[in-house]
Design a protein. Structure first.
Length: 133
């Protein structure tokens, strides 16, 4: 019968950690999760110009809520977008995240509830947006 090779316990622990290390995934951290109603006030910037991109409208919704005190029934507080610089990077968060084409069209039309979840994956923040009528 073959003899088993015995490794010192510290060495064995390091080998196990090295083998498991790359396969152990870190869960993305949720930074914010909120719902908001996209109303007519959210479809125009503060100068009255009609917004045409979903990220512009989502950003205006948060500016309306936090800066201008404009909200619609269903709008919720979030811990990130009271800061103007965080609102400014919302486009990049959406680009790195996801929003379905149909949801993007619905946001641009307005009159919908959106659920926004912002994540941190350790490298960058990203945003997922979904819509319900």
């Amino acid at each position: 019968m073959p003899q088993l090779t015995r490794f010192p316990k510290p060495l064995l622990g390091m080998l196990v950690a090295l083998m498991l290390g790359p396969t152990v995934a870190r869960a993305d951290e949720v930074l914010a999760d909120y719902v908001a109603f996209i109303g007519q006030d959210d479809l125009h910037n503060s100068k009255g110009t009609r917004l045409r991109e979903p990220w512009q409208i989502l950003r205006q919704d948060r500016a309306n809520y936090h800066r201008f005190g404009i909200s619609q029934f269903g709008d919720e507080w979030d811990p990130l977008f009271s800061d103007k610089s965080n609102r400014a990077v919302m486009e990049n968060m959406i680009r790195r995240g996801s929003i379905a084409p149909a949801a993007a069209r619905d946001i641009v039309r307005g009159g919908v509830m959106v659920r926004i979840t912002v994540y941190d994956n350790g490298t960058h923040d990203y945003l997922r947006a979904s819509v319900s009528r």
